[in-house]
Write a protein that binds this ligand. Sequence first.
Ligand SMILES: [Zn+2]
Ligand SMILES: [Zn+2]
Length: 283
Amino acid sequence: MQDRESEHTAPEGAVCAEHHDRPASFTCPRCGNYACIFCWHSVSQRCDACLKRDPAAAAPPLAWETREGSVLSRFFRTLASAFRPVQSAPAFARPSLRPAIAFFVLSAVPLAALAGVIPNTKTLMFGSAFAVTVQGHPTASQIALDVALAMLLQLASFALDFAALALPFASLVQAYTPEALRPAALRVLLYRSWLAPCATLLFFLGLWMLPGGSAPNEPTQLLSVLIVLQFVMNALLLIAMRATARLACGIGALLSFVVVAVPLVVCTIAQVFVARLLGGAGS
Ligand SMILES: [Zn+2]
Ligand SMILES: [Zn+2]
């Protein structure tokens, strides 16, 4: 990256094409304009104006939307691209929702269902060190029904979280973005929403995996690793949303934080509300 950057260094004394009071650091290889550090996107190696003019050209399409390799390889490469949230963000500036919905159904939906098994199942107790104990004397079909209900409950809660993020995010992005770039808001959520249920699933799997009381220090260390992991995966989703608002929808640097912060607050309030409702119903 350093070498590519130095290729585009602006000549001595040049000023930014957008900000005439700022010295230019780069020359855009696309339009030839000088750009200051605020107007330069190092990830896509072009100036702000060029990125906004054609964000889709700044990033290769997601593996899922290409024809290279098997479906499985495209699926996993698209999952992996979530760990490069900024670099992959301009790829959401494409119009089609259909492949995004298919990816969502294959990634986020099954993960959300699976994430419900350990915390919500009442007939099975998932103890430490992979122990599973049956509570009471349920029949096999009662257990199956209980597991199915546990999955459905988690799916419903995921659907609510998704709606609480997607509705305010899409409407805020819509307010500041030309029509052609608006699908990017939904596309990023459809492609990246698997991160949240996957974090929940890993968290409960980790708890289940934890050794029992014999090693008192180990569990707390592992527990903090699990908590950090969950935080990082949820943060990746928010970073992807912010980078998409900025790089695929052309929303300003500061405003792009706002269009993510508002849905995050709405989603958190919805979660607290549901937790109270469920807590109230349980007692
Ligand atoms: Zn340019
Ligand atoms: Zn500038």
